[in-house]
Design a protein around this ligand. Structure first.
Ligand SMILES: Cc1cc2nc3c(=O)[nH]c(=O)nc-3n(C[C@H](O)[C@H](O)[C@H](O)COP(=O)(O)O)c2cc1C
Length: 358
């Protein structure tokens, strides 16, 4: 049993949101010592060269490992110092909205243990952009890439949504290495309607002048519940608007299970189908990147994504169930795989993997 298993035994006795809040409290106060205690602090690990990946990020920043932390776990950028000290290749904070907001009534986060999945209807609870900005300024990033995920306030009408995203872009473009427009959470009424092509075009046109002033790579995060036929047009729009890429996917709606969004293993197949459709639509366009997220739980999921043409991934739910040992194992697996194919760089490994017939 590792330290995380013991921690999880205690945390899983509590209701999920209480466990989350108490963990975040501890991680934000004792980031270095907890990372060390869990045996996951990067300073304790053997150097693993060549695992890094260059992605469209500001200042040419690279991901030190092809797996990052997905949005929603560190909504207020409180524990960057912890998440960046363990082997995540990048950390995405948020979703942050212009004004602070409470989110939906509790209970609003549920464990589906057998399926290693979660159901949540948090509704963008966060402390608002001023506070998140301050937290970002004072955090120790350990040289890691930090992305900021942006969302509109619930009280903001659809017509005014662009204004919210403008405020957020202006605030975070100078401080985040990449930004994400989130219009794919199922828990803010009407938000997903902004995913139709015309609304997306209005939104990105509305950001154009700000992007010309400060050019921080901008990604669009999409829902897995889009119809597969709609995906090529979204990819085309990303190309037309010079986005850095797409993050696929957010949580999925499963009304048979409950109100909210499902993440984890139950999302895996749907997420995979959407990601493969995005990759197909992107072709070999070197200007568009896909960051794959949604149900990625085992090393075999990474292999499947890489074989399909993907490179960078993120996780949330698998990290809750498996903790930092998951990252340590994946790192070891990748090093082993690279040895097997006699390559010393992750990017060469991807080429070799796609050619490998064994
Ligand atoms: C409790 C919870 C809260 C989340 N909050 C956000 C959020 O604020 N913004 C966002 O873009 N995604 C949010 N997500 C979605 C995750 O970033 C991710 O896209 C999704 O969970 C699928 O990945 P996974 O299966 O690895 O968890 C949240 C997910 C969970 C489980």
């Amino acid at each position: 049993m590792n330290v995380y298993d013991i921690f999880k035994k205690v945390a899983f006795q509590l209701d999920p949101e209480t466990a989350h809040n108490q963990s975040m409290y501890l991680l934000s106060r004792f980031p270095e010592s907890l990372a060390t205690f869990m045996g996951a602090h990067e300073k304790l690990l053997e150097d693993s060269e060549g695992l890094d990946l260059s992605l469209p990020m500001k200042d040419g920043n690279i991901w030190s490992f092809p797996v990052g932390l997905a949005a929603g776990l560190d909504k207020n950028a409180e524990a960057i110092s912890f998440f960046s000290s363990i082997p995540f290749g990048a950390v995405e904070v948020g979703t942050v909205t212009p004004k602070p907001q409470e989110g939906n009534p509790r209970p609003r986060m549920f464990r589906l243990k057998e399926e290693e999945s979660l159901l949540n209807r948090m509704g963008f609870n966060n402390e608002g952009m001023e506070k998140v900005y301050k937290n970002l300024q004072k955090s120790d990033r350990h040289g890691k890439v930090i992305g900021v995920n942006l969302g509109k306030n619930k009280v903001t009408s659809q017509e005014q949504a662009v204004e919210d995203y403008r405020l957020l872009y202006e605030k975070f473009a100078p401080i985040g290495q990449y930004l994400v427009i989130n219009v794919s959470s199922p828990n803010t009424p009407g938000l997903r309607d902004l995913q139709n092509i015309e609304s997306l075009r209005v939104l990105f046109e509305g950001l154009k002048d700000l992007r010309e002033k400060v050019n921080t790579p901008l990604y669009l995060k999409i829902a897995p519940d889009l119809s597969l036929e709609d995906i090529p047009a979204i990819v085309e729009l990303a190309r037309e608007q010079s986005l850095a890429g797409i993050i696929a996917t957010n949580t999925t709606i499963r009304e048979d299970i409950g109100k909210g969004g499902i993440s984890g293993r139950l999302l895996r197949e749907k997420g995979r189908m959407v990601r493969e459709k995005v990759l197909e639509a992107m072709g070999d366009d070197p200007h568009l990147e896909l960051i794959g997220v949604g149900g990625i739980s085992d090393f075999s999921d990474l292999l499947q994504f890489w074989k399909a043409g993907g490179r960078a991934t993120q996780i949330y739910t698998a990290f809750i169930y498996q903790g930092p040992p998951l990252l340590l194992n994946w790192r070891l697996e990748l090093v082993k795989e690279m040895k097997r194919l006699s390559v010393s760089k992750f990017t060469d490994y991807l080429d070799a993997l796609r050619e490998d017939r064994s």
